[in-house]
Design a protein around this ligand. Structure first.
Ligand SMILES: Cc1cc2nc3c(=O)[nH]c(=O)nc-3n(C[C@H](O)[C@H](O)[C@H](O)COP(=O)(O)OP(=O)(O)OC[C@H]3O[C@@H](n4cnc5c(N)ncnc54)[C@H](O)[C@@H]3O)c2cc1C
Length: 381
């Protein structure tokens, strides 16, 4: 076992570090509070080869590993927390599922724009009546001529306010076996965006309503029976959420560490008070432990897809660790930490969301318990 990066990974990390320090660190605070998607960052990253890191070269990607993509999140977030979302969107989420399972025509239609940083793809799983119980989803795909008619609604969809296309979980038939997914162009007739809303993080979302939307047969991504494959791909998205939780916790920790070495009270530096030293020791232990779990899940990924169990353990731990560390860092920075002058409060708000998004802490624990007891537990009454 070797806990060090390979020379190639070190090289890649240094390159992303230099890129982020030069292009992303300036303006990081403004970017975190700006509405909309940072398209300028997306285009810069496309040129730098940071979108499609794990996508095959034959599909326009870099042919790298999941660990490479995690390294990119870490280095980018250390300079600009908000820009880490662009690494997520260009590598971890539905883009990875599209690259893995999409047909040549689906990839030709969407992947090029996404990898150029000119468009973004959302994943629409959650519905008003199907959150944690995602398999209760009701959005229906009914055969119609050369394709399907899709009707239903999705909520809380990240990027829904401006995405080009939504990888939409739909029901072709009854039960879990009836679930699959289609690609819905947001400009298609019958697609409506509801009232704009925002998460606590400031990220915008809008309800997506599909009213008898025509979806051509060649825009079915995974047909009936595709749910398992879909969720296998979704574990990649979870790794991105895991990496960002830890990276934003680390960003807050680093700000607080610097502050503790320069701020004086009672004639002493903050870092000289034992009560604060112990907070930093706890923060460091959480960050290091989380990093090992994250790297285990990413390094063991089979053909780029991590195991459900290792992903659940890493995500549950890092979501909590990122939030706890950001919270303690904010405390150490006092009024400054609570102010928008610093990005520590932003990191805290973002980390809070990942404790719910992409599998809540409770649902992940349910998954881990199944591994512990080597059996499944129905959550239904
Ligand atoms: C920042 C953010 C981004 C998101 N982005 C997307 C996106 O891009 N696409 C998308 O489809 N969705 C997205 N979501 C939605 C997210 O996936 C859901 O919010 C999540 O699955 C929980 O569903 P819910 O909100 O309906 O809560 P509910 O399912 O109603 O759960 C409420 C609470 O009960 C707990 N709970 C539920 N069932 C159980 C159980 N069996 N055992 C123990 N506890 C349980 C939950 O953990 C939670 O704490 C996002 C959410 C957030 C916060």
């Amino acid at each position: 076992m070797d806990f060090r990066f390979t020379p190639e990974q070190e090289q890649f990390r240094d390159a992303v570090h230099r890129f982020a320090a030069r292009h992303l660190a300036p303006g990081a605070r403004e970017r975190a509070h700006a509405p909309g998607y940072p398209w300028d960052v997306a285009k810069l990253m496309a040129r730098q080869g940071l979108l499609g890191i794990t996508v095959a070269q034959s599909d326009g990607g870099q042919g790298g590993s999941l660990i490479d993509a995690v390294i990119a999140i870490e280095e980018v977030a250390a300079a600009c927390p908000r820009s880490a979302d662009v690494v997520q969107a260009g590598n971890f989420g539905p883009i990875r599922v599209l690259a893995e399972y999409g047909s040549a025509s689906q990839k030709a239609r969407y992947l090029k724009r996404l990898l150029a940083g000119e468009g973004v793809i959302s994943v629409g799983m959650t519905e008003p009546e199907a959150g944690s119980a995602v398999t209760d989803l009701q959005t229906r795909a009914t055969p119609d001529g050369d394709g399907y008619r899709v009707s239903g609604a999705k909520v809380f969809t990240t990027h829904s306010a401006y995405a080009d296309v939504v990888l939409t979980y739909v029901r072709f038939g009854p039960g879990v076996g009836g679930i699959g997914s289609v690609l819905i162009d947001t400009r298609a007739e019958g697609v409506q965006r509801g009232k704009a809303s925002a998460f606590m993080s400031g990220e915008e979302w809008a309800e997506l309503r599909f009213d008898n939307v025509h979806v051509p047969a060649d825009m079915v991504l995974l047909g009936e029976g595709g749910f398992k494959k879909q969720i296998a791909g979704f574990n990649v998205e979870r790794i991105g959420n895991t990496a960002r939780s830890l990276a934003l916790g680390r960003y807050a920790y680093e700000r607080a560490r610097q502050w503790a070495m320069q701020r004086r009270q009672f004639g002493r530096l903050l870092c000289e008070f034992q009560g604060l030293q112990w907070k930093f020791a706890d923060m460091k232990m959480k960050l290091d432990a989380g990093q090992l779990l994250l790297y285990r899940a990413a390094a063991n990924a089979d053909r780029g897809f991590p195991s459900a169990e290792e992903t659940a353990i890493a995500k549950a731990f890092c979501n909590q660790a990122g939030f706890d560390v950001a919270n303690e860092a904010l405390q150490v920075m006092g009024g400054l930490g609570y102010s928008q002058e610093e990005l520590v409060e932003y990191c805290l708000r973002r980390c809070r969301g990942w404790m719910i998004a992409g599998g809540s802490l409770e649902i992940l624990r349910n998954r881990i318990a199944e591994a512990v007891f080597e059996r499944s537990f129905s959550q239904r009454g």
